[in-house]
Unconditional design. Structure first.
Length: 276
């Protein structure tokens, strides 16, 4: 199967494209965002990597040339290194990730990337003989390590890095302050926030949600482009973040601890089998 078949995209205007993997039918299917700038293009998250995303961008004509004949530089930014967001980073020459998860990405740590993929989720095989049990997030050496407050310049637009741990220790959002757009990764999306994975931490998540509430209170976000599911606005962002804060009590912490233990055991068993 070609990359052109595997992916599909939808233009949202203002240089933003929403890309998805057509044949990965799962709640884990991550949104991929292409943001075009006057001097640089950025891909936010990269999907599973079963087909080459850069090949798709070129074939679909989404990489417009700069002033000369060559395309603008292309940077892939991972909002975090979980497998559904990071598997495709292997196909990019320039990769950026928060420093807290750079080592895991560089060593191909499929425990920290929480790799669990089943055959039933991939409804059309990307190549003959492919099986989900073979899937691994390959080691990738990041070319740029991100920190809180870093700015990724695209020329005519700036994306500010906000370190928002909780879902994972290196989770980030990218904030286009001028346009009041937040690329939120898995920090927040229109669904239940997952805080029971390895390296999740409830206290960090509460602090991150408090920052999200503050962004809304200050009028700095009008549109959220999340890591999963559909886009939403400031009112929904406020409700999702404030609900998490209010529910993060002792009962939630106890149940989450139990779920994390189970998830960790399953991940260790699954990844030990895939490497044997």
């Amino acid at each position: 199967m070609s990359a052109l078949e595997w992916f599909a995209h939808k233009p949202l205007g203002d240089g933003i494209f929403w890309i998805q993997e057509r044949f990965y039918e799962s709640g884990n299917r991550a949104n991929i965002w292409l943001v075009r700038g006057s001097q640089r293009d950025v891909v936010i998250d990269a999907g599973l990597g079963l087909r080459s995303l850069p090949d798709y961008l070129r074939a679909a004509g989404l990489l417009a040339p700069a002033e000369g004949s060559e395309p603008r530089p292309l940077l892939a930014v991972a909002t975090h290194v979980h497998f559904d967001h990071s598997g495709g980073l292997q196909h990019f020459d320039e990769v950026a990730v928060h420093s807290a998860e750079a080592a895991a990405l560089q060593r191909g740590d499929n425990y920290e990337t929480v790799t669990w993929l089943s055959d039933r989720e991939v409804v059309r095989s990307p190549r003959p003989g492919w099986r989900a049990r073979q899937f691994r997030v390959p080691p990738v050496r990041p070319s740029r390590l991100l920190q809180e407050g870093d700015v990724i310049s695209l020329g005519d637009r700036q994306l500010t890095v906000m370190h928002m741990p909780g879902h994972s220790r290196g989770s980030i959002c990218l904030h286009d302050r001028e346009r009041k757009i937040l690329f939120s990764g898995d920090v927040v999306y229109d669904g239940s926030m997952i805080d029971w994975l390895p390296y999740s931490r409830i206290s960090d998540y509460v602090a991150s949600c408090q920052r999200l509430v503050e962004l809304v209170d200050r009028g700095l976000v009008e549109k959220v482009l999340p890591g999963h599911f559909n886009m939403f606005g400031a009112e929904r962002l406020y409700r999702l973040a404030s609900n998490y804060i209010s529910q993060a009590g002792i009962c939630h912490k106890v149940s989450t601890c139990a779920m994390r233990s189970i998830a960790s055991m399953v991940l260790r068993v699954t990844n030990s089998r895939s490497t044997s």
